[in-house]
Design a binder for this molecule. Structure first.
Ligand code: PLP
Length: 401
């Protein structure tokens, strides 16, 4: 019997080695990795530059403490400030911690302005993490159920609905921030319209609210720009990051600027592990490699080819609702729950994921090339057709009996 706590329904495969966008199980069988550890392995597996940098860093120093100067943390923060256009970076170890920091920044910002019970606008179907504050911000009853009482101070509206936000603005004087996942990952690859993001930003400016963009999953180059808000040409005040930030080493951060600059003072927040030299080496190397290898351009080129390829291969197939996404963040929505497709993919040598019950989700490493992208389409499209054909046969079989 396993002593690992039973919090995940795991697939019956263990990957023991990876190379680029390929994973290998214990028997040596290769799998094309179109998931990258849920948008984590930005540089794929075993990237020589990352392996070399980390190996050297381990031999120098792994951890000191935030009680002391950490030059690599300064370097990582400089790079993150440069790509976000913001000013201050707090380092932590995961996405939920980055969001927890964002929520605390918003509350502190409210209190500093005399709002005793600050509220934050959040979106339906958003995912922000599994701590008490972040699950309360999350728009999924499944994530919240069993953990009530929830943390107070969140007001929920539908995504892509500016009128709903205007109504909250008119009626709730406690609101201090809007917290949005501009492309919802766990929620099923739901993309914010760019004019909606711009409208949201205008409402934030008019009311002196913080605009907080949870780019834990969609950020860091996946959509072809460093961040989704850059597609809309706007500047947020708070940007939580994690998943792809260090290609697999656990790192998160909360980046602030504009109205949120200077909100946190010494003593307001902290983390024992956050920003340690090993993690910071992975951040610096990941960001430099994305830049040096032109991976933003690659994400657009290969991501669009996968999305267009799937749309073409699945055009007119009954049971396919939509192929959508941006760059290397792709969802294929089916009419019915399709969790089985994950196992069918593994059998066929493809690693993908299903989220929100009926959306096949692809989040490949940014290093995936065009040939590999084509293989993703060639492996996935027939499986989707097979799955849908099986389902279509079932009612007929039942009727015959
Ligand atoms: C994964 C995710 C989180 C939570 O990250 P953890 O590292 O699992 O805590 C938060 N927000 C978004 C948008 C995510 O995709």
């Amino acid at each position: 019997m396993s002593h690992v706590m039973n919090t995940y329904a795991r697939q019956p495969v263990a990957f023991v080695r990876g190379q680029g966008v390929w994973l290998y199980d214990e028997s040596g069988k290769p799998y094309l990795d179109a998931l990258a550890g849920i948008a984590v392995n930005t540089l794929g597996h075993n990237h020589p530059r990352l392996v070399r940098a980390l190996t050297e860093q381990i031999g120098r120093i792994i951890h000191s403490s935030n009680l002391f100067q950490i030059p690599l943390q300064e370097q990582a923060a400089d790079r993150i400030a440069a790509i976000t256009g913001l000013d201050e970076v707090f380092f932590c170890n995961s996405g939920l911690e980055a969001n927890e920091a964002a929520i605390k920044v918003a509350r502190k910002y409210g209190h500093d302005r005399g709002v005793a019970e600050p509220a934050i606008i959040v979106m339906e179907k958003a995912f922000h993490g599994r701590s008490l504050a972040t699950l309360s911000a999350t728009g999924s009853r499944k994530v919240q159920a069993g953990f009530e009482p929830l943390v107070q101070g969140f007001v929920r509206v539908p995504l892509n609905d500016l009128e709903a936000v205007r109504q909250v603005a008119a009626n709730n004087k406690n609101v201090v921030a809007v917290f949005i996942e501009p492309i919802q990952g766990e929620g099923g690859i739901n993309v914010s319209r760019l004019d909606y993001l711009r409208g949201l930003k205008e409402i934030c400016d008019a009311n002196d609210w913080l605009f907080m963009s949870d780019e834990v999953q969609c950020g860091l180059g996946r959509t072809g720009k460093w961040f989704v808000y850059q597609h809309a040409g706007i500047q947020p005040d708070v940007v939580p990051l994690a998943k792809g930030l260090a290609s697999g080493v656990p790192v998160g951060c909360c980046v602030v600027g504009n109205r949120a600059k200077g909100v946190f003072k010494p003593g307001n927040h902290g983390s024992t592990f956050g920003g340690n030299p090993l993690a910071m080496c992975a951040v610096v190397t990941t960001l430099d490699t994305v830049k040096d290898e032109g991976l933003l351009e690659n994400a657009v080129k290969v991501g669009d080819a996968i999305r267009n390829g799937l749309a073409a291969a699945l055009a007119g197939v009954e049971g396919v609702v939509e192929v959508r996404g941006m760059g290397m963040m792709i969802g294929v929505e089916l009419e019915r729950p399709c969790g089985e497709l994950v196992k069918m993919g593994l059998d066929a040598g493809l690693v993908c994921n299903v989220t929100a019950d009926n959306v096949i989700r692809l989040l490949p490493a940014l290093v995936m090339n065009g040939v590999e992208g084509r293989q993703v389409v060639e492996r996935l499209a027939p499986l989707v057709k097979e799955f849908l054909a099986r389902g279509a046969a079932q009612p007929r079989l039942a009727a015959a009996r």
